[in-house]
Design a protein around this ligand. Structure first.
Ligand SMILES: Cc1cc2nc3c(=O)[nH]c(=O)nc-3n(C[C@H](O)[C@H](O)[C@H](O)COP(=O)(O)O)c2cc1C
Length: 206
């Protein structure tokens, strides 16, 4: 039986493109695997607390030598690690906030990167990043290279043993909303980007 871990991080519930893409992946993935299971986490609605000192130091303490606080933090953090280890596929909906990933995602990431259980060990899993950005950052655009999510995620997940993560992006999502973008008349390009992203998602989930 296959298991999908589905994460979202957009602060928007209505109109979120990253949620639309990740939900579509989960729906199609499950349709193709009727006996599959999905574990869902909404990192925006139910934020993971920042890693604190006890949560970090417990990673390096001998189990018998953990303080009560460290033991509690170990058990708390292990839930996220086990959810990830149990997954065959992982889809993560990620908006672009200030040219990088949302901090809600970083809090989760700091929990799951652990030397003994995940670093270099996740190479057997499919990772799909369902991305949304208000602007466009492709080749030829004035801000090409300003979307730091993908290069950064490639480095982090390479360290986790994931050499072939897939990135699917719906861009220009603010084309019809932002006073700065409306004059650029990019509404149709925004629609096309979403349509292309949905069709890529369908192919990946099949
Ligand atoms: C706090 C915040 C910061 C943002 N920063 C950027 C940014 O740096 N670049 C950009 O293109 N869009 C930016 N946006 C717009 C979002 O990327 C855009 O609305 C995207 O569609 C969000 O994903 P969602 O549709 O899943 O909610 C920002 C939005 C918010 C709320």
């Amino acid at each position: 039986m296959s298991n999908l871990l589905h994460l979202d991080a957009s602060l928007r519930r209505d109109g979120s493109r990253s949620r639309m893409l990740s939900a579509r992946f989960a729906q199609k993935w499950l349709a193709a695997r009727p006996d599959g299971t999905v574990t869902y986490r909404d990192l925006a609605a139910d934020p993971v607390p920042h890693l604190d000192e006890a949560s970090y130091t417990t990673l390096f303490a001998e189990p018998a030598e953990r303080t009560a606080e460290q033991a509690e933090r170990w058990a708390f953090g292990d839930v996220f690690v086990q959810e990830l280890l149990a997954a065959d596929s992982v889809v993560i909906g990620l908006p672009l906030y200030n040219f990088g990933p949302p901090s809600s995602f970083m809090s989760w990431l700091d929990r799951i990167v652990t030397p003994d259980r995940t670093l270099g060990r996740l190479g057997d899993k499919q990772f799909v990043f369902a991305l949304a950005s208000g602007g466009g950052y492709g080749p030829g655009t004035p801000r090409h290279g300003w979307d730091h999510r993908e290069p950064w995620l490639r480095h982090v997940f390479d360290a986790l043993g994931v050499t072939d993560p897939v990135f699917v992006t719906a861009e220009l999502t603010l084309a019809r909303e932002s006073p700065m973008m409306i004059p650029l008349d990019l509404g149709e390009a925004s629609d096309q980007s979403l349509a292309d992203a949905l069709s890529t998602i369908d192919r990946l989930a099949a």
